[in-house]
Design a protein around this ligand. Structure first.
Ligand code: ATR
Length: 273
């Protein structure tokens, strides 16, 4: 019988997940499908009931359902709880399990793009305290890495830090140049960089020469932050890999094969940006 998986969202047409999972299904010759399904907020409960009836092995959940689906799961794993969002559903033994693979995507991307990056890393500098920062903070805490978290709005960073079980020091984004030399890793989780926007006050010369710089924005693929870092000879990892790597654990759970993030897959997704 064909094993079915899905991505639900509203809207959903822009999702690149069908391309990623479709490529892996074909590569492994699996009798399976991965369908993008538009589910409006008032239809979420009904859709989850179909999943519970066994129509699907599981699937991905995207905007605007990542928080609402939480309450519809039988079990949500502890890290997804800390992130406060579920992006992956798995049916196991008649129970609906919710997890969040974004933090694994972040770690997998750095592990692939900068092997050994977390060994001996004293501290990371995380910029931004919105929804996207949560998975990054959980990821860094899972590797025991202390974090300096800077945000334009200090109060939201304080709130976020209090919810994450990790060593997090909070500050104002204006203090970025003082914090820069303390970090071996810089992660931009703000929307600065989308549409080519820049950090106006960030002086990248304040970073140590061995600092790794990464951005979770991937449109454009090379954000001004990454371009400036590369121009200074710093190591960089772009954000597209996070999208690709976060898909790995879901595919493995639904279809029973651990897929690879290959250069060909990356090129195929990059061509759609
Ligand atoms: P996401 O879910 O993608 O993280 P978000 O929750 O809206 O989106 O968060 C956006 C982040 O980018 C926030 O940290 C925001 O800072 P504030 O909390 O002060 O709003 C940050 N951000 C967006 N535009 C910014 C700008 N022009 N300068 C500095 N920070 C900015």
């Amino acid at each position: 019988m064909t094993t079915r998986a899905f991505v639900i969202g509203h809207p959903i047409a822009h999702s690149r997940s069908p391309l990623i999972h479709g490529t892996w299904l074909a590569e492994h010759g699996i009798d399976g499908s991965y369908e993008a399904i538009d589910v409006a907020p008032d239809a979420l409960e009904g859709f989850v009931a179909r999943v519970r009836r066994g129509e699907f092995a599981g699937g991905n959940v995207t905007i605007p359902h990542k928080e609402a689906v939480f309450a519809l799961c039988d079990e949500v794993d502890p890290l997804a709880r800390q992130i406060g969002a579920v992006n992956t559903l798995v049916m196991r033994d008649g129970r609906l399990l919710g997890t969040n693979t974004d933090y694994l995507g972040f770690l997998g991307n750095l592990d692939a793009g900068a092997p050994g990056w977390s060994q001996g890393l004293e501290r990371a500098l995380v910029l931004g305290a919105g929804g996207a920062a949560r998975a990054i903070l959980v990821a860094l805490a899972s590797r025991g890495i202390p974090v300096i978290l800077l945000n334009r709005t200090r109060a939201s960073a304080d709130r976020l830090a209090a919810e994450i079980d990790g060593d997090i020091t909070v500050g104002q984004l204006d203090d970025i140049n003082a914090a820069a030399p303390l970090a071996g890793l810089v992660v931009n989780t703000t929307s600065i960089g989308m549409h080519g926007s820049r950090f106006e006050t960030f002086d990248l010369d304040m970073l140590r020469p061995d600092t790794l710089v990464t951005d979770i924005v991937y449109v454009p693929l090379e954000t001004p932050l990454l371009a400036d870092a590369r121009a200074r000879g710093l190591k960089t990892v772009d954000g597209l890999g996070m999208l690709l790597h976060q898909a790995v654990p879901g595919f493995e759970a639904w279809f029973g094969v651990r897929p690879q993030v290959t250069p060909a897959l990356r090129a195929a997704v990059e061509a759609t940006l």
